[in-house]
Write a protein that binds this ligand. Structure first.
Ligand SMILES: [Zn+2]
Length: 200
């Protein structure tokens, strides 16, 4: 064992984070040693609060303090149109573009099939249930035009293939590889208004 046991234990815990290898985990752990006791207490509290005080909305899967989230509980919105996005940042972006009056379904990052990761079957099955039971007539795919986003879109199409919902997607013309969260609101609004059926 290279380090005293408590430090080894921290390194092992940090290594479990996605994208963190042994070297980075070690660097992060040594950074913790250099931090003040207050900073470390804040970090521990932030980890705890983030885990305990937030949850996924039981309807749309977005991360929220209270479930159902504010958007799902807003009776002024149109429940027949559901926009499928990869994460909370895309919800925020579409909300600020102000074009989507329906609800959302949030797949959450880490959903998209990448090396070794299984698609999140729960998010997909929940979407299918919503379509079958809650009168959803249009599902708008607003996943990013990159490899992960396209993979997510394919899985959604598959799981909805024998339902009656019309599946549309944002107009092409979004820059290839662009993450929705970085797009200018007007570009996103245009892509939303110009959405078209999949087989178009
Ligand atoms: Zn919700």
């Amino acid at each position: 064992m290279a380090f005293p046991e408590p430090l080894e234990r921290l390194i092992r815990a940090l290594e479990r984070f996605p994208g963190v290898g042994a070297r980075s985990a070690e660097r992060m752990a040594l950074h913790v040693l250099r931090s003040s006791r207050e900073e470390v207490a804040d970090l521990a509290m932030a980890l705890r609060d983030a885990r305990i005080e937030t949850q996924r909305c039981e309807t749309c899967g977005n991360i929220t303090l209270r479930s159902p989230c504010a958007i799902c509980s807003d009776e002024g919105r149109d429940p027949s149109v559901v926009c499928v996005v990869e994460g909370p940042r895309e919800v925020e972006k579409l909300e600020s573009a102000g074009v989507h009056e329906g609800l959302y379904h949030v797949l959450l990052e880490g959903f998209a099939p990448r090396e070794g990761a299984e698609p999140d079957a729960n998010a997909l099955n929940a979407l299918r249930r919503r379509v079958e039971q809650e009168g959803v007539t249009e599902v708008v795919l607003a996943t990013a035009p990159d490899r992960e986003g396209e993979g997510a879109a394919l899985s959604v199409m598959e799981v909805l293939s024998d339902t009656k919902a019309n599946i549309t997607r944002l107009a092409r013309g979004l820059p290839a590889g662009a993450r929705l969260e970085y797009l200018h609101g007007e570009i996103l609004a245009d892509a939303y208004r110009g959405r078209r059926p999949l087989d178009d």
